[in-house]
Write a protein of this length. Structure first.
Length: 139
């Protein structure tokens, strides 16, 4: 997908991450910057969120290594196969070394290798999601 085709959207960021500390910390930081956040620990939970409210998400942050039977790769493939979900921009955030052909096949808008700096992620998020008002600015 062409990054220029995406104007920043309103809606929640779906954080799909199995590590509690990473998921919760990221959620708190994003909320401090004015973003709405939903999270999922497993691929199945992520797909439930997406299928129950496909228009509610402005961005997906996707870890590829997830517990259970549905991996992050599976989530992305199912997302791309569903026209209602395929338009949601997705940033893959992973520490897994992926074959370049598979990386291209996942069609992410961006790819961040763990560990990453929060300001790098925030700069990417601002391209795709409208902040609802920063708690940091309100102080």
């Amino acid at each position: 997908m062409d990054q220029a085709a995406h104007a920043p959207r309103r809606g929640a960021i779906l954080v799909i991450e199995d590590r509690d500390d990473v998921r919760q910390g990221l959620g708190q930081l994003l909320e401090l910057h004015g973003y709405l956040v939903e999270d999922a620990i497993t691929g199945d939970q992520a797909l439930q969120h997406l299928n129950s409210e496909p228009d509610g998400f402005a961005l997906i942050l996707l870890d590829l290594m997830l517990p259970g039977t549905t991996s992050g790769r599976d989530v992305r493939r199912q997302q791309l196969a569903d026209p209602a979900l395929a338009t949601i921009p997705t940033i893959v955030v992973t520490g897994t070394d992926i074959d370049p052909r598979e990386r291209v096949g996942l069609h992410p808008e961006a790819w961040l290798e763990k560990p990453y700096r929060f300001d790098e992620l925030l700069a990417l998020i601002k391209r795709y999601v409208v902040s609802e008002g920063s708690a940091l600015q309100a102080e």
